[in-house]
Design a protein around this ligand. Structure first.
Ligand code: FAD
Ligand code: NAI
Length: 464
C-alpha cells in the first residue's frame, strides 16, 4: 500500500466525517479524511452548534444580570454591560479548543488528514489539490450550506447568514430574521438578549416547521412574551441595502398589501442544502435527488458499491448527532460489521430559553397512524421549575392507545434538551408510558415532569 491509498477515505470532517474516521481507524482500517477548512469539526464545531451555544450561554448570563431578574433572589448588581469583542473572543477560544481536540484525536487514532478540497476522478479515486488518492471505500460527509434567498445578497455586514450572525461585532438596533426556524430563533435570541429588537418573518403560518403543532403554538406565545415580534404567513419580496441600513419589503403570503420594515441587520435563515457541488459525482455514478440529497441504503451505501454517504448530505434531519451516529454505523459497515441507527428516535433540540425538544412522532403524525393517548404536564406544576421561578412550558407524551408504547415526547422547559435524552432512551427500549410513570425519578428535578406527563397518559398525574 502506498501513502496515497487507503481502505477508507472520508470527504468532510464534520461530526459525521470525523466521527466515522475515528471509528474506522479504531476498527483497524487505514483511514484518511479530506477537509478543506483550516480546522476540523465541520459546520457544527466551526460555524454551527458550538459557536451558537457559546453565544447563547453568554447572552443568557448577560440577560439574567442585566434584566433585573436576579433582584427577586436578593442579588443586586452594579451597572451591567456587554463587551461584544470579549464575548466573541471567549466563543473563539471554545471553538479553537474543540476543533484542536479533533486534530488531537485524529493523531491519536492514526487518521490521516488530507488538507484540501476533494473531487472524484473515478469511483475509486479523488483529486485533492493536484494529488491523486485512491481508496477501496469512500464516504461522502460533505454536509450542507446555507440556502440562499433568491434576490437577496448576503454581504455579511448588513445582510448576514448564520455565520455572519455568529460573528457580529456590535448589537444591532433592529435585527430582522427571515425564517422562523431553529437558526432564526436561536440566533435571534442571542441578539435580542443583548439588546436588539428582533422581528421574525416566517412564510408559513407557524414558526418551527416539522414540530408538534401544539408545541409550535406554545413556543410562539413564549417568544412573543419575551418581546420577539413574529410575523407569520409573511413573504419577503425584497431587501434593499443603503449604507448600514436595510429596508425589507414584505407582504402577506396569501397576497395583500405590501409593507416595509427598516433594520440594521437582516439574518437570512431559511434552511440549509446539501453540499454536492464540486465533488464531480458524475465521475462515480452517484446521483442525488431533487433536494440535492444523496440517497443511501440501510448500510449507508449509495447506488455505487464502496461509496457511502452520511450526515446532512443525505435525507433526514440536519443534526450533528444524526450525522455522528450515521458515521459510526457506516464505518462499522465498511469494516464488515453491522451498524445501527434508529432513525425513528432522533431527538431534536432548539436551544432557546426555554429549550424546545422533541423525539419521535408529533401528535398529528401519530394520529395519522392510529389511535393514540396523550398525557401532558405543565412545568408550572413542577416543583423544581417553580422553585427556580422559571416555569414556562410543558411536557407532552404521546402513546399508542392499545399497546401504550411511547410514540413521541415533546418538551418545552429550561432543561428540555437534557430531559429529552430520557425519552429517547425509553423509546429506544420500546417503553410504554407506564414504564416511564413507574420509574422512580429524583425529586426535585425537571425530569419529574416527564414522569407526570407519562402518568397523565393513564389519566392520573399527582401534581396537576
Ligand atoms: P458538516 O458539519 O457540514 O461538515 C462537512 C464538512 O465537509 C465541512 O467542514 C466542509 O468544509 C467539508 N467539505 C465539503 N465538501 C468538501 C470537499 N469537496 N472536500 C473537502 N471537504 C469538504 N445541529 C445540532 O445537532 N445541534 C445544534 O445545536 C446545531 N446548531 C447549529 C447551529 C448553526 C448556526 C448551524 C448552521 C447548524 C447547526 N446544527 C446543529 C446543524 C449541524 O451543524 C449539522 O447537522 C452538522 O454539522 C452536519 O454534520 P456533517 O458532518 O454532515 O456536515
Ligand atoms: P429551518 O428549516 O429550521 O427553518 C427555516 C424557516 O424558514 C422555516 O420555518 C421556513 O418555513 C422558513 N422560510 C423558508 N423560506 C422562507 C421565505 N422565503 N421567507 C420566510 N420564511 C421562509 O432552517 P434553519 O433555521 O435555517 O436551520 C437549518 C438547519 O440547521 C435546520 O434544519 C436544523 O436542523 C439545523 N440547525 C439545528 C440546530 C439545533 O439542532 N439546535 C440549530 C441550528 C440549526
Amino acid at each position: 500500500m502506498t501513502d496515497t491509498h487507503f481502505d477508507l477515505i472520508i470527504i468532510g470532517a464534520g461530526p459525521g466525517g470525523y466521527v466515522a474516521a475515528i471509528r474506522a481507524a479504531q476498527l483497524g482500517l487505514k483511514t484518511a479524511c479530506v477537509e478543506s477548512r483550516a480546522t476540523l469539526g465541520g459546520t457544527c464545531l466551526n460555524v454551527g452548534c458550538i459557536p451558537s451555544k457559546a453565544l447563547l450561554h453568554a447572552s443568557e448570563l448577560f440577560e439574567e444580570a442585566h434584566s433585573g431578574a436576579l433582584a427577586k433572589f436578593g442579588i443586586s448588581t452594579g451597572p451591567v454591560s456587554i463587551d461584544v469583542a470579549a464575548m466573541q473572543a471567549e466563543k473563539a477560544k471554545a471553538v479553537g479548543e474543540l476543533t484542536g481536540g479533533i486534530e488531537f484525536l485524529f493523531k491519536k487514532n492514526n487518521v490521516t488528514w488530507i488538507k484540501g478540497r476533494a473531487a472524484f476522478t473515478s469511483p475509486t479515486s479523488i483529486d485533492v489539490g493536484g494529488t491523486a488518492y485512491t481508496a477501496t471505500n469512500f464516504m461522502i460527509a460533505t454536509g450542507s450550506s446555507v440556502t440562499p434567498l433568491p434576490g437577496v445578497e448576503i454581504d455579511q455586514k448588513v445582510v448576514i447568514d448564520s455565520t455572519g450572525a455568529l460573528e457580529l461585532d456590535r448589537v444591532p438596533d433592529h435585527l430582522v430574521v427571515i425564517g422562523g426556524g431553529v437558526i432564526g430563533l436561536e440566533l435571534g435570541s442571542v441578539w435580542k438578549r443583548l439588546g436588539a429588537k428582533v422581528t421574525v418573518v416566517e412564510y408559513l403560518d407557524q414558526i418551527l416547521p416539522g414540530m408538534d403543532n401544539e408545541i409550535r403554538k406554545e413556543s410562539a406565545k413564549i417568544f412573543k412574551k419575551q418581546g420577539f415580534e413574529i410575523k407569520t404567513g409573511t413573504k419577503v419580496i425584497g431587501v434593499a441595502v443603503k449604507g448600514k441600513k436595510a429596508t425589507i419589503s414584505v407582504e402577506p403570503a396569501a397576497g395583500g398589501a405590501a409593507e416595509t420594515i427598516e433594520a440594521d441587520a437582516v439574518l437570512v435563515a431559511i434552511g440549509r442544502r446539501p453540499n454536492v457541488e464540486g465533488l464531480a459525482l458524475d465521475k462515480t455514478g452517484v446521483a442525488f435527488n431533487a433536494r440535492g440529497q444523496i440517497e443511501v441504503g440501510h448500510d449507508f451505501q449509495t447506488a455505487v458499491k464502496g461509496i457511502y454517504a452520511i450526515g446532512d448530505v443525505t435525507p433526514g434531519p440536519m443534526l450533528a448527532h444524526k450525522a455522528e451516529d450515521e458515521g459510526i454505523a457506516a464505518a462499522e459497515f465498511v469494516a464488515g460489521l453491522q451498524g445501527i441507527v434508529n432513525h425513528d428516535v432522533i431527538p431534536g433540540v432548539v436551544y432557546t430559553h426555554p429549550e424546545i425538544a422533541s423525539v419521535g412522532l408529533t401528535e398529528e403524525q401519530a394520529k395519522e397512524r392510529g389511535e393514540i393517548k396523550v398525557g401532558k404536564f405543565l412545568m408550572a406544576a413542577n416543583s423544581r421549575a417553580k422553585t427556580n421561578r422559571d416555569s414556562d412550558g410543558l411536557v407532552k407524551v404521546i402513546a399508542d392507545a392499545k399497546t401504550d408504547k411511547v410514540l413521541g415526547v415533546h418538551i418545552i422547559a429550561t432543561l428540555a434538551g437534557t430531559m429529552i435524552a430520557e425519552a429517547a432512551l425509553a423509546m429506544e427500549f420500546g417503553a410504554t408510558s407506564e414504564d416511564i410513570a413507574y420509574t422512580c425519578h429524583a425529586h426535585p428535578t425537571h425530569s419529574e415532569a416527564l414522569k407526570e406527563a407519562a402518568m397523565a397518559v393513564q389519566g392520573k398525574p399527582i401534581h396537576m
